[in-house]
Write a protein that binds this ligand. Sequence first.
Ligand code: SAM
Length: 446
Amino acid sequence: MGRTLRLRKQRQKLALQMQPSAGERNSFLSDLYKYLMAFGWQNKTQLTARNFSGTGRGLCSKTKNLEEGEILIRLPVRSFITINTIENDANFKKNFNNAIFVKEHKITFQTLLAFYVLYHSKLKGSSPLEAYITSLPLNFTNPYFCPINELQCLPEAILLCTVKQNREIKEAYQNLNYIFHSNDFEQLYTLQDFRWSYFVVNTRSIHISVKKLKCENNFFQPIIAGDCNMALAPLLDLFNHSDLVKTQPDLIFNTCDKKLEFIITLEESPLKKIKRQQELFISYGCLTNRKLLIEYGFTLIDNQHDYFEFSSNDIENFLRREYSFKGQTFHSNKFKFIRDHNLTDQLFIHWQEGISHNLRVVLHLLFHEESHFTNILNQIAFGTSDNLKAVNEEVKLLLSFKMNEYQICINDLESLKSLTPAGLVAVGYLKESLKYLKKCLSNLYE
Ligand SMILES: C[S@@+](CC[C@H](N)C(=O)[O-])C[C@H]1O[C@@H](n2cnc3c(N)ncnc32)[C@H](O)[C@@H]1O
């Protein structure tokens, strides 16, 4: 069997495995409805969950056609898991002794929220959040979940992001172990389990202003680094993302029951009318495919918000390995200047808008500036952009260099015997990036 056919079959098999069987399908929904209705929720838009081809599980309206300007979902904020939920959970708080909270072991609210989900997932039938916990996915497809042999095939920039996530997760877990009041912490809550709950929060949390929540207790306040403007929102977190829609989240005060409500309005959609049973999307923000891959474990085809970012390592590798620069030397003062002035931030290319200002400056300084004296470099970098020479030829070489690297990554991944769901998603990202780089390159030749 050819490699492409084998991979296609593998992809189809995995897609089937990831789909719940007929019996399991949406069995969580009725309990989730009951959970929400206990807080006064009315399913005004008749939302239901379904499996959609291409995006997996998502939401649609069972009976209503919806259009721009309409509210997609309206939920009572009391049904969310917020800092208030945690602060008001006396049983949960019993596991902590806030007298030993020290600044060396501070945790982010994301960590506390992730641990709260994990804690409730272990309570099984006795958790008031059981209906919500049951609605959560068991697996994720972020590159973080790629096994070593797949990770080794990924581009350095992706690998570095997963290394960073790993460091943050381990540090968070150690800090939780320190503040949790039991010697059995690691047996009760394994690092493996914590990874799951960490990604539950990473892929599903929403932003909510803590000021509007009016926090009554502050037991955890001394141990939290940063703000608590984050929440888990049952049902709402079943909406998939689209780059083509514009949605507006709002926190409003319902004058009838005098309670806070969270609503999402559909502001713009390419489909003016979304028919019943058709998938409803929200926007998670203007996110690039790299961000979607790292944080959410998926990518979009022809993502409207995409651009391609280069790191300082990319530029260094390009100078070191590009064949046509063999024998060429680049003065170390230029590198120092570029680093010291943070010119390696925001090095990107957009297929229509071209390269970012910083990328233009960096390529000019490296390839077109004869002087290496700081005052001259300063004048060029921070003077008018008329001083900058055209760098099209260097950009073409940089794009070809990067395309070659991505093609090698794809070949390496596809030559593995089998790929995990996370590996398959990573291949999809690489192919989409390659397509994007080709589009940028062909624009330069026009
Ligand atoms: C907030 S949840 C949305 C509901 C999720 N599909 C579920 O079954 O629970 C976010 C996750 O959904 C998936 N997702 C969201 N939008 C997607 C899209 N356009 N295509 C593919 N997967 C998507 C990703 O796995 C992401 O991490």
